[in-house]
Design a protein around this ligand. Sequence first.
Ligand code: GUN
Length: 283
Amino acid sequence: MSAQIIDGKAIAKSIREELSVKVQALKAQKGIVPCLAVVLVGDDPASHIYVRNKERGCNDVGIKSKIIRMTSGATQQELADCVDSLANDSSVHGILVQLPLPKHLDPEPIIMSIPPNKDVDGLHVYNIGCLNTGRRGFVACTAKGTLNLIKRCGIKIEGKNAVVIGRSDLVGKPASALLLNENATVTICHSRTEDLADITKRADILVAAVGKAGMVTGDMIKSGAIVIDVGTTKKDDGKLYGDVEFESAKEVAGYLTPVPGGVGPMTIAMLLENTVEAGEIYG
Ligand code: GUN
């Protein structure tokens, strides 16, 4: 068996096309142009690339973007003031503070100071609470992108065994909550999990979100399962590798996302979707 490779790039492109139609309608009908503000502190090269891609995504669909770059010496107070002024700016619909922040800055109070209706990153505890109680709210973009890919494959989620490897606030926990809300039977595995392969081999839906290149091998996958690889590790050869060993996994899985070109483009598409929604609902 050879897995169907899920083309996240193509799916994200079609989502962006749908979003640009929505953006035009919002502008024509209500005179609102959705605006995303991204705050980037310091000079982490990967973060700079991610932010540039977000800016490009915004341009692509007609969302206004406002990138605020602060030096790595920025203080907690300066960052707090910056987020406050965006919170009070009625022309800004979405705020994202790029993580990780430099070590001397505490992300917690910063994220909590983003008004939940501008928290297009879905990281405020209000939105996390909404997700965990099945209420409407903004959902973290990578997790939302993961569910979207599973749904677009036409996979039945209800009643299935879904296994998520990784329990981060950014991906593992929200992805598990989304799958639970879709009535999957969800197991969350993490660094202390015993007999990981025993658990993953029972997964109809397997989400790997650890950040350890190639840790999920074909022999850990149930035949025909859908495997979503969220991991991205840059190795010394300069290439990106997922958490799933692609070559062995594709012989066993039914559906498999590649890295790059799987979940990555969906994360940005979901950020744009959340921002358009913020403009539509709260604009
Ligand atoms: N850094 C890597 N991914 C993300 C994300 O989804 N949101 C934020 N704020 N920072 C990130």
